[in-house]
Design a protein around this ligand. Structure first.
Ligand SMILES: Cc1cc2nc3c(=O)[nH]c(=O)nc-3n(C[C@H](O)[C@H](O)[C@H](O)COP(=O)(O)OP(=O)(O)OC[C@H]3O[C@@H](n4cnc5c(N)ncnc54)[C@H](O)[C@@H]3O)c2cc1C
Length: 444
């Protein structure tokens, strides 16, 4: 985010009001019971803030670990992030960066420009093609970041009318998938051209956490009463209080993923208001799929940060992060985007490995050996998530996100990345939503 006057005011005023609010409401909630559903970053942030204000807080988590879509596996010798991998826009205003700084955890700035791209035949791009790629990216940014107010089509349908050549140009297809579908976590056929790229960002080049993303929520989870393996199925709420699967409290914060809200597996009594339900249905929830392949020796240039591979169909293992740029491990992390991500999610580990290796072999041929170890993700198949992150879908609007941000009743509050339009699909969006839900309860 460029710190415009509007943003500076927004950030400054928010900080000022938050400090006033916290002074005025210190320990205001003593004797108040709150149940938080979901131990992702949003739920943890809400729970921590409420407990600090004196509330008695219980966090109910369906899974057997804390962190939700932040989940690190160190078994390959370097962090494999099942979910969030980067702190996007790690400026001093980014609250997740603030957590990382407070813990003094290691970060590494990934360099998006340190990129080598290969065409469909495995040939590296020429200098002229890189210039064309840059121009195309700038042009797409201009088109997609400032659409007409009356626009109602998907990104795909908009481009089909105004830039049809991009949709048939392998370079354009690769750029659309790698830069735009990855960002939004959905296919261009589904992303709203009006709102798809209207969210906000913080400043700064993205960083990864060299000791694992899961470091950041440790202080939030400390001292909380978190009950794992406890999926919530029924939330009763009225003007006097709430009851969650038999547990009584004054307030409830529901911080489960949008994918779970869409299924209706959590029964709300009374039902969620019709406009809330419609907003849940209209917001999209896509997927992004990752595979980490660890090899005995590198067959790639160990100094290059990212490899791009033009593939068919669009979104199939077209972007690779080289772990040798920030660790000693010979790992390539492949990513699938857009409509290919749910296809990849449905593959077994063996099939996914073959699929990803075929893409690597289209570039490095027989130099690609069998991997020593493999880790894969399948977010749209994970029963407690059913997708990766929310996105503005065709037919929906910004108001759908803001409806979920507003209190559902005086007792029931939603949190989660899908309740923060400005920063949806990010860890900082989730964190901010949890803090917002906590301050809504303080106001209530
Ligand atoms: C593949 C992938 C890559 C990503 N990359 C990035 C990135 O690089 N940078 C970034 O900023 N963000 C990224 N994100 C997004 C980021 O991870 C999420 O926005 C954020 O972690 C969501 O936090 P949350 O608290 O809203 O939800 P979650 O972390 O999903 O927490 C919700 C919790 O609710 C639990 N739950 C579900 N159902 C129930 C139930 N019935 N009862 C009780 N508990 C329940 C779940 O088990 C989960 O623990 C990525 C996400 C994915 C999946």
């Amino acid at each position: 985010m460029i710190i415009t006057r509007r943003n500076a005011l927004k950030l400054g005023i928010t900080a000022f009001l938050t400090s006033l609010a916290s002074n005025a409401t210190a320990r205001k909630l003593t004797g108040t019971k709150v149940v938080v559903i979901g131990a992702g970053l949003a739920g943890l942030a809400a729970a921590k803030q409420l407990q600090e204000r004196g509330a008695e807080v219980i966090v109910l988590e369906a899974g057997d670990y804390v962190g939700g879509r932040i989940r690190t596996d160190m078994s390959l010798g370097a962090p494999f992030e099942f979910g969030a991998g980067w702190i996007h826009g790690p400026s001093q205003h980014n609250p997740v960066k603030q957590l990382a700084d407070a813990l003094d955890v290691g970060t590494f700035v990934t360099d998006d420009d340190n990129l080598e791209v290969f065409d469909l035949s495995g040939r590296p791009l020429t200098d002229a093609e890189y210039v064309r790629l840059d121009d195309m990216y700038d042009h797409l940014e201009t088109v997609l970041y400032s659409p007409a107010r009356s626009e109602t089509r998907s990104v795909h349908d908009l481009l089909r009318e105004i830039e049809p050549d991009i949709l048939t140009d392998p370079l354009g297809i690769w750029a659309l998938s790698t830069f735009f579908e990855f960002d939004i976590g959905a296919g261009i056929e589904d992303i709203s051209a009006r709102n798809g790229f209207a969210s906000d960002t913080f400043d700064g080049a993205d960083v990864i956490l060299t000791e694992g993303y899961d470091q950041v929520f440790a202080p939030l989870a400390a001292d909380l009463d978190i009950r794992l393996n406890t999926p919530v199925s029924r939330v009763y709420h009225d003007r006097n209080g709430v009851e969650i699967d038999g547990l009584q409290a004054d307030y409830v914060v529901c911080a489960v993923p949008l994918g779970i809200l869409k299924t209706g597996d959590i029964v709300f009594e009374p039902s969620l208001p019709e406009d809330v339900q419609k907003s849940i249905d209209r917001i999209g929830f896509g997927s992004v799929t990752k595979i980490a392949l660890k090899f005995e020796t590198p067959f790639w240039d160990t100094e290059t940060q990212y490899f791009g591979v033009m593939t068919e169909p669009r979104g199939r293992w077209n972007y690779w992060l080289n772990y040798r740029t920030f660790s000693d491990e010979n790992i390539l992390l492949g990513l699938s985007f857009g409509r290919y991500a749910p296809i990849a999610d449905n593959m077994s580990k063996e099939v996914m490995t073959r699929d990803a290796l075929a893409v690597l072999r289209s570039v490095w041929g027989d130099e690609v050996t069998s991997p020593q170890s493999v880790l894969t993700t399948h977010w749209s198949k994970e029963p407690h998530f059913l997708g990766a992150y929310s996105f503005p879908r065709t037919g929906g609007s910004v108001a759908d996100f803001t409806r979920l941000e507003a209190p559902i009743s005086g007792r029931l509050f939603m949190a989660g990345e899908h309740t923060n339009f400005d920063y949806h699909g990010t860890t900082h969006g989730a964190l901010m939503s949890g803090r917002r839900a906590a301050s809504d309860i303080l106001k209530a």
